[in-house]
Design a protein around this ligand. Structure first.
Ligand SMILES: NC(=O)C1=CN([C@@H]2O[C@H](COP(=O)(O)OP(=O)(O)OC[C@H]3O[C@@H](n4cnc5c(N)ncnc54)[C@H](OP(=O)(O)O)[C@@H]3O)[C@@H](O)[C@H]2O)C=CC1
Ligand SMILES: Nc1nc(=O)c2c([nH]1)NC[C@@H]1CN(c3ccc(C(=O)N[C@@H](CCC(=O)O)C(=O)O)cc3)C=[N+]21
Length: 289
């Protein structure tokens, strides 16, 4: 068997095309959805991601403001900036790129963001609402994965989902969101023993570890759905996921590639959340689609 490849990038392009029209309609009403992306320091990978977000935002007609701060910025300065963005009526979404330098208290910065502008869905209020299954901003990578499942009509109810990784950005929220969809969820992490026993029993395997080739065909069950979240730059300068694509392709029923898989969906969901935030802050009714 050879898996069907889920090209997130193609789905992302379709969704962004619809968004472009929606943003044009909002602009007619005098509402220009605005996103502020804050990056501290000059890590090349992080800079490349935030530039990708900035470019994609502008392409669908959002007003995107990329704020680059030096590595040495103080906690106070960063909190002051967040406060200014919270009060700026042209800004509807605020994203502070993670990780932040060691001298910055990441939790304090995230908690300073107004929940009404929390387009990353990392604020404790957003997380609490997500856990309760209430409407809220959902974290972009998990929301992108969920959107791929819906598009491919991959059913989640009663499925055994195994999540590798428990980060704030990916692992923890995707597990909770799939639990909300009635999946049976197992979390694995660096202290998990006998990892293969879990991965080989997964109907759906979500890999967000950050290690190239961490999972191969031997680790998965025949017909499993494999979602590769990892984005790793290797020596030759190319990008690769956490899954050995060729061997997994032979056993899986569906698989996402890297690049052009989950990554472009993440960015698209950020744009989606920003448009929703702009509508909510301007009391414009939500569309059903
Ligand atoms: N495509 C996209 O849109 C996105 C891609 N990414 C990519 O996803 C990958 C993961 O990033 P992120 O979610 O931020 O995770 P982190 O890098 O913050 O954490 C990695 C997770 O993997 C776990 N882990 C590490 N080693 C092992 C092991 N040997 N066995 C089992 N689990 C292990 C860690 O466990 P422990 O908690 O015990 O340390 C941790 O929970 C990266 O490659 C990143 O670039 C990230 C965000 C979005
Ligand atoms: N507050 C915060 N929110 C985030 O959402 C966040 C973050 N911090 N820190 C870092 C991670 C990483 N992340 C990616 C998003 C898109 C791609 C992406 O689009 N990747 C393309 C390739 C891009 C390229 O070619 O460089 C792809 O996979 O096809 C990758 C990684 C978001 N993150």
């Amino acid at each position: 068997m050879s898996a069907e490849i889920i090209y997130g990038r193609e789905l992302a392009e379709d969704i962004r095309e619809r968004m472009t029209k929606e943003v044009a309609d909002l602009r007619e009403l005098g509402v220009v959805p605005g996103l502020a992306v804050v990056i501290v320091g000059n890590d090349p990978a992080s800079l490349s991601y935030v530039r990708g977000k900035d470019k994609a935002s502008k392409k669908v007609g959002l007003e995107s403001n990329l704020i680059e701060l030096p590595e040495e910025v103080s906690q106070e300065e960063l909190l002051d900036l967040v406060d200014r963005l919270n009060h700026d009526s042209n800004v509807h979404g605020i994203l502070v790129q993670l990780p932040l330098p060691d001298h910055i208290n990441e939790d304090e910065v995230i908690e300073a963001i107004s929940p009404s502008k929390d387009v990353d869905g990392f604020h404790p209020v957003s997380i609490g609402r997500m856990m309760a299954g209430k409407e809220t901003f959902l974290p972009c990578t998990p929301l992108g994965i969920l959107t791929m499942f819906k598009e491919k009509e991959i059913s989640l109810e009663g499925k055994h989902v195994v999540v590798l990784g428990r980060s704030r950005i990916v692992g923890k929220p995707i597990g909770q969101m799939l639990l909300n969809e009635n999946a049976t969820v197992t979390y694995c992490h660096s202290r998990t023993k006998n990892l293969k026993d879990f991965t080989q029993n997964a109907d759906i395997l979500i890999v967000a570890v950050g290690k190239p080739g961490f999972i191969s065909g031997d680790d998965i069950k025949d017909g499993a759905v494999v979602i590769d979240v990892g984005v790793n730059r290797i020596e030759d300068g190319s990008l690769t996921g956490d899954v050995d694509f060729e061997s997994a392709l032979e056993k899986a029923s569906y698989i996402t590639p890297v690049p052009r898989g989950v990554g472009p969906m993440t960015i698209t969901m950020l744009l989606h959340n920003t448009i929703q935030a702009a509508k909510q802050l301007n009391q414009i009714p939500q569309r059903s689609s």
